[in-house]
Design a protein around this ligand. Structure first.
Ligand code: ADP
Ligand code: MG
Length: 244
């Protein structure tokens, strides 16, 4: 049994005539934290969304924890339930309490009963430091708290991998640290994570590997000390000069 958690080969995605991903190959090992950096419009979100089939790839093969998502015979709802996703805009159910945000998919998708779902929800709210907010409505929470609820909601599904798409980009600067702290702990616990981020300090300290994307391809990849600290490609250097 190999411990490759995410295995992507020949991934292409076009919207009409616009080719957004021009052939991406990537293997992420169990427990690895991979940060994806690159300019706006380079295809980072599309790449992440293809990994759980929120976007249907135009070509290529995606295997997550041994399940081929791109196989038409795979039950995509079952597969997707094992892939946690955290979005820039939180995407919480605003009409549901924090607790219900965490239990609804556990009950509907995993078939857990209320008691079990609420106990798992409680554990995960504790993990993100929000055990006292179970009864709150999301709108009453700060952006940083809402995003930590988003992370707890994903974790409550016992995912094999976690995908993060700029999880701190919508937050006021003083709220970013708490969310990154939760992600850092998750990484320390051995979660396999694919993280699109502009937080270069986080990428430097937490990532095992950094991918620099531009124009729908991975231009450069390697340990953060190399890709961020000593980039080889001109395009990587140009991007870092603008963001650092
Ligand atoms: P990034 O996350 O790196 O900013 P995206 O993956 O969001 O980049 O977008 C890459 C390109 O794909 C952009 O040109 C964007 O306009 C285009 N794009 C993304 N989603 C769609 C869509 N649903 N329909 C058409 N074009 C899209
Ligand atoms: Mg994006």
């Amino acid at each position: 049994m190999s411990d490759v958690k995410i295995d992507i080969s020949g991934l292409r995605k076009s919207f009409g005539q616009l080719e957004v991903l021009g052939g991406v190959d990537q293997r992420v090992e169990s427990g690895e934290v991979v940060c994806v950096i690159g300019p706006s419009g380079s295809g980072k979100s599309t790449f992440l969304r293809c990994v759980n089939l929120l976007e249907q790839p135009t070509a290529g093969r995606i295997v997550v924890d041994g399940m081929e998502l791109t196989d038409p015979d795979t039950d995509i709802d079952v597969a997707r339930a094992r892939i946690g996703m955290v979005f820039q805009q939180f995407n919480l159910f605003t009409h549901l309490s924090v607790l219900d945000n965490l239990t609804v998919a556990q009950r509907k998708v995993l078939g857990r009963d209320r008691t079990k779902a609420e106990s798992v929800a409680g554990e995960n709210l504790r993990k993100v430091g929000l055990e006292d907010k179970a009864g709150s409505m999301p709108g009453r929470l700060s952006g940083g708290q809402q995003q930590r609820v988003g992370i707890a909601r994903a974790l409550a599904m016992d995912p094999d991998v976690m995908l993060f798409d700029e999880p701190t980009s919508a937050l006021d600067p003083e709220l970013v640290g708490d969310v990154l702290g939760v992600m850092r702990r998750l990484a320390d616990e051995g979660m396999t994570m694919l993280v699109v981020t502009h937080e270069m300090q986080f990428a430097r300290e937490v990532a095992d590997r950094v991918l620099f994307m531009d124009g729908g391809v991975i231009v450069e990849q390697g340990p953060p000390a190399e890709v961020i600290g000593a980039p080889q490609q001109e395009r990587t250097r140009g991007f870092l000069a603008r963001v650092l």
